[in-house]
Design a protein around this ligand. Structure first.
Ligand code: PLP
Length: 299
């Protein structure tokens, strides 16, 4: 089941709508141009996770796009209404996906359309966590410094224009892989189609034990991951060294473990990249377990 709650000035707690009936004008620029922003966050037993981080990133994305969206308190009220309706109607469903969506609204109206959508989480994500994923590297076609040079590309904003990300996933599936890691034109590692990239080392170049987590630096035009941010904060407390890339494909192949991480899938260990195995499976499994415990503390 899907619950929809529209942000509507006439309904301070949000307006519940029937997800099976038409609710958006065909002229809405979110529909006609993919002109809008969104967030996907996890809710566990009716409680949203990392809500503030998602609201902050939604506001940042809207700012990058010059899009006026409702204030944070209005979103919070609609999220509460939507989750209450979902828990009431779906029962104790455990984990759910909460999407926050805001578009530039119908053509000519200059009023954004904004809503919250709650639905069940895909069972495929639990499978990815448990079994790991096969990944291919795909060239995104931009250099890693393009975000600053060409801000109109909206890199770093979570816009509704995800057709490219979905095409990359279809391409991976056609090649028998589960997901992709994008690389820049100048051959740096960027991010997954819907995830951040994380790698770990448990020994340094001379074999001395270390605990080091690395993720690509944000000025490469990638989305700042709320999961990566939360995990880094928890890992720091637990004594891990943290680093921000530049990360190359060779760094990934050389790592003891690589993961794609995001709010919904949490940590999906990468078994292979372009069919080359990453690290030792037992070490990967043990690190995944250790980091999953840390991540669960942040939920
Ligand atoms: N990068 C991209 C392109 C994404 O779409 C996402 C999540 O949807 C992420 C990274 C990870 O973000 P988060 O950890 O906030 O879910």
């Amino acid at each position: 089941m899907t619950v929809l709650v529209f942000l509507d000035p006439a309904h301070p707690a949000g307006r519940l709508a029937d997800a099976a009936s038409p609710t958006i004008l065909a002229t809405d620029q979110g529909v006609t141009r993919g002109d809008g922003v969104f967030e996907s966050m996890l809710a566990v037993n009716g409680v949203p996770r990392k809500e503030q981080s998602h609201l902050d990133r939604l506001a940042a994305s809207a700012h990058i796009m010059d899009l006026q969206i409702p204030a944070e308190g209005v979103w919070r009220a609609a999220i509460t209404t939507a989750l209450a309706a979902y828990v009431r109607d779906a029962g104790d469903e455990g984990q759910a996906v909460v999407k926050l969506i805001a578009t530039r609204g119908p053509e000519g109206a200059n009023v954004p359309t904004a809503w919250v959508q709650v639905a069940a989480i895909s069972p495929a994500l639990a499978q990815q966590r448990a079994q790991g994923i096969e990944v291919i590297l795909l060239d995104r076609g931009y250099d890693s410094d393009v975000a600053a040079r060409a801000p109109w590309l909206l890199l770093g904003a979570k816009t509704l224009s995800y057709a490219v990300n979905m095409a990359a996933l279809r391409h991976a599936h056609n090649l028998g892989a589960d997901d992709v890691i994008f690389t820049s034109g100048d051959a740096l590692v960027l991010e997954g189609a819907t995830s951040s990239v994380l790698l770990a080392h448990v020994s340094d170049d001379s074999g001395v034990p270390v605990k080091r987590l690395i993720t690509p630096n944000l000025d490469t035009g990638i989305l700042p991951g709320t999961t990566q941010g939360a995990l880094f904060a928890a890992a720091k407390e637990a004594g891990w060294e943290l680093g921000y890339g530049p990360v190359t494909p060779a760094d990934l192949l050389d790592a003891d473990a690589v993961w794609l991480i995001s709010s919904l899938r949490l940590l999906a260990p990468v078994n292979t990249i372009d069919r080359q195995g990453i690290g030792v499976p037992e070490v990967r499994a043990q690190l995944t377990e250790e980091l999953s415990v840390l991540l669960a503390q942040t939920l």
